[in-house]
Design a protein around this ligand. Structure first.
Ligand code: HEC
Length: 103
């Protein structure tokens, strides 16, 4: 009985966190705004020589970020991105990429 009550309390706690404040609490948004926004612009819309990231497939963005992070550059990749990609954990790469894809 006690165990059921605890389970219900935990579940309703989780439900209370869902929805509503997606933009304010999205970890990808928080990371982007603190590390990436100055170059890639608000919401990753791009500006000047900084490419637009918004609305691109999350897998593609995450793959690029992992490539920058590892230092295995290809095509048009400069050294600019590497230190910023390296501030992201594997989880954060997925979070930022997923958030940008929805912009
Ligand atoms: C100091 C400026 C600067 C910051 C900060 C920065 N970037 Fe970049 N980023 C660039 C430039 C310049 C390019 C263009 C390609 C290159 O130079 O390698 C780029 C390219 C990219 C690309 C590849 C785009 C493409 O079309 O190939 C991705 C993805 C990306 N940045 C994501 C991010 C994320 C996520 C962050 C934050 C963690 C970030 N960038 C922070 C300057 C920056």
């Amino acid at each position: 009985m006690m165990r059921n009550l605890i389970a219900i309390a935990v579940l309703s706690g989780l439900a209370a966190c869902g929805g509503g404040q997606e933009t304010a609490t999205d970890p990808g948004a928080t990371k982007f705004n603190s590390v990436c926004k100055d170059c890639h612009g608000p919401d990753g819309q791009g500006q000047g020589r900084f490419p637009k990231l918004a609305g691109r497939p999350a897998e593609q963005l995450a793959a690029k970020l992992r490539q920058y992070k590892s230092g295995h550059k290809s095509e048009n990749m400069s050294d600019t991105m590497r230190p910023f990609a390296q501030t992201l954990s594997e989880t954060e790469i997925d979070q930022v990429a997923a958030w940008l894809a929805t912009r």
